[in-house]
Design a protein. Structure first.
Length: 227
């Protein structure tokens, strides 16, 4: 039997704030990729975006980074990378993938695998996959490197059809074998937007995000209208 390749999953995003759904994406992807028999998912990385991304309502990366670290305290395989948000400015997704690949064999969880047998794939939702078609949003060279040299693990949510989108794109179709679709059989529509809305309206967010993250938000008065 051929040995399994070590697989590292990377999720980039605002994490504003991180939710239970973000964490579930990692578990769904790990189960699916391990079940292929080709991979051994060893590490997952969360990489909060730099403050200069300037998305409306984006709070300081110091807070977002701390909340991510609190959220994964009980995980034995998910890590939080501060490389992206500590840089001087915004980084392209492919740059973060390259960085994670460059440090991959330094992680104790993958040290038993040779460098050429360690893969890094971008973990994302179907909405990010579909954003590849948005004019001027992504560099064609970046997209080609992402799908050819790294690959995607895409979570398919209710109402989306990533396979149809892949079929409609010549670039994605060419590298479809490096795009793994994960079906989410247990619907979970928790989003950071919904959490922020509930906080502005002084509604409960319990069971939407990890308790330590909720405690941090309340302690620092984040996402409130006054703030």
């Amino acid at each position: 039997m051929a040995s399994k390749s070590s697989l590292i999953l990377l999720a980039c995003g605002s994490f504003n704030p991180i939710t239970n759904m973000h964490l579930r994406l990692f578990e769904l992807a790990k189960d699916t990729m391990n079940a292929t028999g080709r991979y051994d998912v060893t590490v997952g990385y969360i990489s909060p975006v730099h403050d200069s991304y300037k998305k409306e309502g984006l709070i300081s990366s110091e807070h977002r980074l701390r909340m991510c670290r609190l959220a994964i305290e009980t995980s034995n395989w998910i890590r939080c990378s501060d490389w992206e948000c500590r840089r001087d400015g915004w980084s392209r997704t492919v740059e973060v993938l390259r960085y994670i690949k460059s440090i991959s064999t330094q992680n104790s969880l993958v040290q038993n695998h040779p460098d050429e047998d360690v893969h890094v794939k971008l973990l994302c939702g179907a909405d990010l996959l579909e954003s590849f078609a948005t004019p001027d949003l992504w560099s064609t060279d970046d997209l080609k490197e992402i799908v050819e040299k790294f690959g995607l693990v895409c979570i398919n949510r209710h109402g989306s059809d990533p396979r149809k989108f892949i079929y409609s794109s010549d670039l994605l179709w060419r590298y479809e074998n490096n795009i793994h679709i994960v079906t989410e059989w247990i619907p979970n529509e928790i989003s950071s937007t919904c959490v922020r809305r509930a906080l502005r309206r002084q509604q409960s967010i319990k069971y939407l995000i990890p308790d330590p993250v909720a405690d941090y938000i309340y302690t620092h008065s984040l996402y409130s209208t006054a703030n």
